[in-house]
Each structure stands twice: as C-alpha cells, then as structure tokens.
Design a protein around this ligand. Sequence first.
Ligand code: HPA
Ligand code: ZN
Length: 344
Amino acid sequence: MNLDSISRERLDYVLCRMPKAELHIHIEGSLEPELIFKLAGRNNIELPYRSIDELRAAYAFTDLQSFLDVYYAGAGVLRTEEDFFDMAWSYLARAKSQHVIHSEIFFDPQTHTARGVPFETVISGLDRAVRRGEGQGVSASLILCFLRHLSEEDAFATLEEALPFRDKFIGVGLDSSERGNPPEKFARVIARCRALGLRLVAHAGEEGSAEYISGALDLLGAERIDHGVHCLDDPDLVARLARERIPLTVCPLSNVKLAVFPRLADHNIGKLLAAGIVATVNSDDPAYFGGYLNENFTAIFAALPELGAKEAYQLACNSFKASFVEEGIKQAWIGELDEFFGAV
Ligand code: HPA
Ligand code: ZN
C-alpha cells in the first residue's frame, strides 16, 4: 500500500468509497426539510414555514444555541413510531450509500417525552430501523443522550423510563447546551449508568473549554469525547488523550456552521492527528450542517493541505478502533479497509 502515490483527484474517490464508521450523528439532526414537511403533513401539524426553501433559509446559525433552537423545533414533527423509523431508515440508507459500514447513533429522548411522546414509541421506531439495517449489511447501534440544559433529576427519570429497553441501546452520552452545564452536573446519573454496564461518551470542548474535557474524563469516566476540539488549549490534556488513546469524534462542517472555527481552513483536525490523538470525522447533524459523512471528509480534505491519503486511512482506521464493537469485528473491518487501500 503506497499511500504517497494517490493523487489529489483520486483522493475524493478514496474518501467516499473507503469503508468507515460514523460515531457522532444525532438522529434528530438527520431530519431533512423534505421529511419535516412530509411528517408535518402526515401528523396534521402546521409549520411556521410555507415551504421547504423557507425552512432551509432558517438554517443560518451563529452558535450552538441558535442551532439547538431550530433543531428542537424541527423534531416537533416526530410523533409516531413510524416517524422515528422513517427518520432512522433514511439516515441508514444514506450511510450505506456512502460506505459507512457501522454507525453509533445518538438520540435525544427528552426532546420527545417532554412533548408527550412515550419513550417506547421513540426507541421502538429507531430500533426497528437498526434491525432492518442489520439484515441489509448496515451495522448500527443506539446511544441515549441526556440533554445537559435539563436537570440531573430529569436525566435520572429518563434513565428509569429507558431501563425496560436496556437491550436496545449500548450507552449514554451528554449533549445540548454545553457552557454553564459542566460534566459534574451529571456525575451521579452517569455513575449509575456505568454501574449498569452502559458505554459512556460525552460532548465536551465543542464551545466549552478544555476543562470540560478533563471533567468528562475524570468525573464521568467518558470513554470517548464528542467534538473535543478545544483540547489543544491544554498541552497536558493533548498528551493524555494521545497516551490513553481516548478518541475524539470531530465534526468539521458542524464546527464551521456553529462558528467554533471561522473557516474549514482554520480547523485543527490535522494538528490533532499530528499530536497522535485518535481523531475521527463525523457529520453531527447532517441535515442542518450541509452534508453527511462523505461531504465532511471531502470538504475538510479540500481545506487542509496537510491531509492526504495517509490521513484518510488513519481516520477510517480510527473510526473502527474508536467504535464500541468487539475486538474481532474491529479487526475484520480494518482488514476490509486494508484490502480497499491495497486495491486503489
Ligand atoms: N452539540 C451539542 N448538542 C447537540 C449537538 C452538538 O453539536 N447536535 C445536536 N445536539
Ligand atoms: Zn453532537
């Protein structure tokens, strides 16, 4: 495998066709405007937008909170099990078309239970899509996220509602408004999740400081950090992430849309890789941020001259290593990746 011989032109093909995993995708963030209108029609919900274009025009974000307001409003069209199935199935079909052979999918139950949609409705629809994917060669699992702008008590109540469906999700995460909602706010509920054998991830260091990343590791026992791009402000933390091989699920298009970096050319993912961190590329909320996984890969590789075929291989390999599947499956997928790179 001579990675230096792959030309820039060939690189886009490689990025799009290589087998890879996606580990940071909020399923509610995959709800395309077309599907929002379709579900609104099906559920007799009147939207405050007259057309798909008018809705899309509202996707002009200045920071995380301005996005979250639109994202939670969009999720309001989800009412029935069929709605959750249709949303997850359209993501999985897209993932398959982009050679994403495994995904670990976040869902935000509190966004729905707060509107009177039962937890069972949410998880049953998502789980049915995941199982249908399994039958068609798309591997996926679900990670329940607690909304950090809500209380820890609310997270505990959500965990209780979720426990009868324990076999349908592999872990828990923390998402929503980061600043002002530090990891320690959820230390007790996450400790309970750990005791239940759930895998642990947390958004940290997206808008929040490097301290939120250290807090997620030390106070929550997070096994993987979502975003984490602010780690570069703390050299000791960078060294620790590299040494302990704690993966970061980085989302380039999201970071620019939410003004974490002014331009893709300013993104630090090349520096994270150079520092030896197990960084991965992900789409976060593809319907809102201008693209799915392949669009994230091609855009960031076009913007950063330090990214070439070697980094493409590294990022895909990292995505498998950072996943929560068993070791033998990881090795099989890395074998598929090696085979792909051996043939390009
Ligand atoms: N950050 C925090 N919460 C979220 C995000 C994000 O990027 N996307 C969906 N919920
Ligand atoms: Zn996210």
